[in-house]
Design a protein around this ligand. Structure first.
Ligand code: MTE
Ligand code: MO
Length: 466
């Protein structure tokens, strides 16, 4: 279906709506079921007050049908038909005049316009329409251990693969005794495990770095928590029998494309050392919050590595390969490494565990708060260890210890709250900081690095007290 904007104008003395009979006939003509018979669907209609001008936004397979449908209006005045597109489509293509983005022909992909439209409708903050990147809006984080799937942040490097579960297979090979080829049904029949796990993008908080660095300009919402169900990675590795020469376990996604102007498209690939693969409790997840994995989160199967920055949690998984050396592909050697120097020439350090961090979810930034008793709430997490304590400072005042709410979950964020009083009207700031059981704390200022990863500096939320 294509989108069109239609404009009809007539002279004041020929206004069909001026005659009650003619007006009624018009309304019937424009009624949804009747319009449908012409192969046209009306999305919106409006008449410009006093201008004798009607605008319609319609969908139809082609312009000819629209013109045919508009014929009675042509008898009363003029009819113009303009091919049109949605805002999501235009932004995804990179401008009003640009054709739809060419998706690298690696795999069948989801329509970028659809993907973007859905994200907008779910209230996600879109940072890039294609490939789709959007963060969870902080007020939406409030009140729950898990994020509903539609509100879970989305981080993509390429187009979103549209995989057919009937033909999709997980290939397990490389340095293994028994290569495997598993269908979704095979995986579903294996021992399953359900875990609540927080995923955080290593670039979360990048927009706070000064001087600014390239990359998606994440606020602090590139983090979410879900209940994941799937097969423990070790089950699959053991079934395949990894041989003693293996060093890394490589995960390959179905998505791919050209990076940095490279001639050949590459696939999205990441690895874990064999030890980390075994010790991390990694899951091959096919369900998210009790539903099949949504397409943008990796349908039909993704890796979920608890505690690690989620670049390692490869979506749309098609291959697991045991390899004899340390993997150094683009997303492991070039990107997702800390470069502490500013010329990019020095040593690098891979992005691994999520750093300890607290977020204030309530009240929200710039919120007006009534003077008196107040509950300040948020979440806190750390890849290395459970959260030991969270403290809150109001207006630069002393740090007050918040209480940790609910169970201490090893791999998901911890809810916390502080009930306190705010007596001074005016503008102030709230800050929250967390410490984990391994003794890790948050820095006051972001630790600048070239690609802007791992910024876990203490968050500051400005509010106004009335
Ligand atoms: N195949 C594939 N897996 C991927 C990515 C990707 O672009 N392709 N992005 C990674 C990054 S950087 C992050 S932060 C998480 C985001 O997961 P989500 O979109 O489900 O929130 O997926 C990871 N897995
Ligand atoms: Mo990420």
């Amino acid at each position: 279906m294509a989108l069109f904007v239609v404009r009809h104008q007539h002279d004041a003395d020929r206004c069909p709506a001026g005659d009650p009979d003619m007006g009624a006939t018009l309304l019937n003509y424009l009624s949804r079921p009747q319009v449908k018979r012409h192969g046209v669907e009306i999305q919106g209609e409006a008449i410009v007050q006093g201008e004798h001008t009607l605008y319609l936004i319609v969908e139809s397979s082609d312009e000819e049908r629209v013109r045919e449908f508009m014929q009675p209006f042509g008898e009363a005045g003029t009819v113009d038909v303009y091919p049109a597109s949605t805002c999501a489509r235009v932004v995804a293509s990179g401008g009003c005049a640009a054709p739809m983005p060419v998706v690298d022909d690696v795999v069948a992909a989801m329509d970028p316009e659809d993907a973007c439209q859905r994200a907008i409708e779910a209230g996600l903050v879109v940072h890039r329409a294609h490939p789709l990147n959007c963060e969870t809006s902080i007020p939406a984080l409030i009140g729950g251990v898990v994020m509903p799937n539609a509100h879970f942040y989305v981080r993509n490097h390429f187009q979103i693969p549209d995989l057919d579960p009937a033909t999709w297979r997980l290939e397990v090979g490389g340095l293994v005794e028994r290569p495997l080829r598993l269908s979704l049904r095979d995986l579903r029949s294996m021992r399953s495990k359900t875990m609540v796990v927080t995923l955080e993008c290593a670039g979360n908080g990048r927009s706070m770095l000064d001087p600014p660095v390239p990359g998606e300009k994440w606020g602090v919402g590139a983090v979410s928590t879900a209940e994941w169900t799937g097969v423990p990675l070790v089950e699959v590795l053991d079934r395949a029998g990894v041989t003693s020469g293996a060093r890394d376990v490589l995960f390959r996604g179905a998505d791919g494309g050209r990076v940095d102007g490279g001639a050949e498209p590459i696939r999205f690939e990441r690895s874990l050392s064999l030890d980390d693969a075994r010790d991390s409790e990694a899951l091959l997840a096919y369900a998210m919050n009790g539903e099949a994995l949504p397409i943008q989160h990796g349908y039909p199967l993704r890796v979920v590595v608890p505690g690690w920055y989620s670049v390692t949690s490869v979506k749309w998984l098609t291959d697991i390969e045991a390899i004899g050396s340390q993997f150094r592909g683009y997303f492991q050697g070039e990107k997702y490494v800390y470069r502490w120097d500013d010329d990019g020439q020095g040593a690098t350090e891979p992005v691994t565990l999520q750093r300890v961090r607290a977020l204030i979810t309530d009240p929200g930034a710039q919120e007006q708060v009534e003077r008196g008793d107040i509950a300040i709430r948020g979440v806190a997490w750390s890849g290395a260890a459970p959260i030991a304590r969270v403290e809150v400072s109001i207006g630069g005042g002393p740090w007050q210890e918040a209480s940790l709410v609910g169970s201490r979950n090893r791999h998901s964020w911890q809810l916390w709250e502080l009930i306190t009083r705010l007596d001074q009207p005016g503008a102030t700031t709230l800050r929250a900081r967390a410490k984990d059981l391994a003794g890790r704390t948050q820095p006051e200022e972001p630790a600048w690095n070239r690609l802007g990863y791992g910024n876990n500096s203490v968050q500051e939320v400005p509010i106004a007290i009335r």
